[in-house]
Design a protein around this ligand. Structure first.
Ligand code: UT7
Length: 360
């Protein structure tokens, strides 16, 4: 019997930080509103493409697992903000790390990383693969209309990755559930506008729209019900869970979810204050931070759940192995950035405010 264990982990967060106070310099918002309604204090704005962040996170995860890229059987990259649609950006990471295996992107929005972990665990348990790299990487700042305060304050950029490896040691991914609620397709989206005419640039509507309250309610329901299903399937109850790593979209969503599931608050990991919502990257970044803060300990049973556009949801239950320290460390890093976050976003801020103030 093969088990699928997380043996490596890594993250890459761009250096430019955009604080709530920075946002308040060009839109009608306050640090207090953002903090109390979302839990976010700051987020990172990338000066590079999604694939560059993904490659750096991947190199750290490979080093932590003590393996080379050429040993991988598969690369799964979860993103809703690839730098190229064709080819996929998993292939760019593959080139950067010297892997010779299958590589594909998945778009399940914020749930994408857990979709990837679930699929990878099935492939390992079936004997199809032995070592799989799963990455969550996003540059959602690229999609934001900075004149829309209801969405612009929520998101940030970053990447995280894990290596999942076959082992005879019981544990690892115990079970997973994935789902999609198509009735929620329109309440969280970024599309090409009603005309779908790429030559009519005025009709393009290429930014994130959210019906926040509707997503809020469905997110709690979706994550809660899948979490319960996966626990039931694994013959466990919530009392068996030592630690919860939820998707970081809004601290109030996390609070409501864990209180409904009767999980003590101290069991839930929350790092949204520092990053905002990095979509598919929130959970692998959280795994890295929880490990470096000593919150993950050997043998712990961990529940992770997410929701995102689609409306997708996913829940994965896993038992951490023995090792909580990296086998090796990579010196991979993003290229330096000589601009502040405000300077990086200024052209887009000017464009969107000009558009909002001068409707056609
Ligand atoms: O991971 C998946 C993607 N994430 C999501 O889809 C997010 C899910 N939803 C949420 O996190 C929350 O619904 C939001 C944070 C988006 C909004 O929080 P809310 O408590 O649902 O606020 P609301 O939409 O009911 O807005 C309350 C007020 C409104 O003003 P009025 O109508 O009461 O006068 C908004 O215009 O807050 C106003 N508002 C803001 N005020 C200051 C909205 N955005 C802002 C802002 N700063 N940035």
């Amino acid at each position: 019997m093969q088990y699928a264990h997380i043996t490596g982990w890594g993250k890459s967060v761009p250096p430019a930080t955009l604080t709530n106070e920075d946002l308040a310099t060009f839109m009608e918002t306050t640090d207090e509103w953002i903090k109390t309604r979302t839990g976010i204090s700051k987020r990172n704005i990338s000066h590079v493409n999604t694939s560059e962040m993904a490659s750096v996170a991947a190199k750290h995860a490979l080093a932590a697992a003590g393996i080379d890229g050429c040993e991988l059987d598969l690369i799964i990259l979860a993103t809703a903000s690839p730098d190229t649609l064709i080819p996929n950006i998993a292939s760019k990471v593959q080139a950067d790390i010297g892997a010779t295996c299958g590589a594909f992107d998945i778009n399940a929005a914020c749930s994408g990383f857990l979709y990837g972990v679930g699929l990878a665990s099935s492939m390992i348990k079936s004997g199809q693969s032995k070592k799989i790299l799963i990455i969550g990487a996003e540059r959602l700042s690229f999609y934001l209309d900075w004149s829309r305060r209801e969405t612009a304050v929520l998101f940030g950029d970053g990447a995280g990755a894990v290596v999942l490896e076959a082992s005879n040691q019981p544990g690892g991914v115990l079970g997973y559930e994935i789902n999609n609620d198509p009735e929620g397709r329109d309440i969280l989206k970024s599309d090409f506008g009603s005309k779908m005419d790429r030559l009519d640039t005025d009709s393009l509507d290429f930014y994130i729209h959210i019906n926040g309250q509707d997503v809020f309610k469905r997110a709690i329901h979706g994550m809660g019900s899948l979490s319960n299903t996966v626990l039931e399937k694994c013959g466990m109850s919530i009392d068996d869970v030592d630690f919860v790593i939820p998707h970081q979209a809004n601290e109030r969503i996390i609070d409501t979810l864990i209180s409904r599931m009767k999980i003590p608050k101290e069991k839930a990991f929350v790092n949204i204050a520092d990053y905002g919502n990095t979509s598919a990257a929130t959970i692998p970044i959280a795994i890295c931070d929880a490990l470096s803060q000593g919150k993950i300990v050997p043998g712990q049973t961990i529940l992770s759940c997410a929701f995102g556009a689609g409306l997708t949801s996913a829940a994965v239950l896993f038992k951490w192995g023995e090792r909580i320290t990296p086998i090796s460390v990579s010196d991979a890093n993003l290229p330096p950035c000589d601009k502040t976050a405000l300077e990086l976003i200024k052209p887009a801020v000017d464009y969107f405010f000009n558009k909002a103030n001068n409707p056609k």
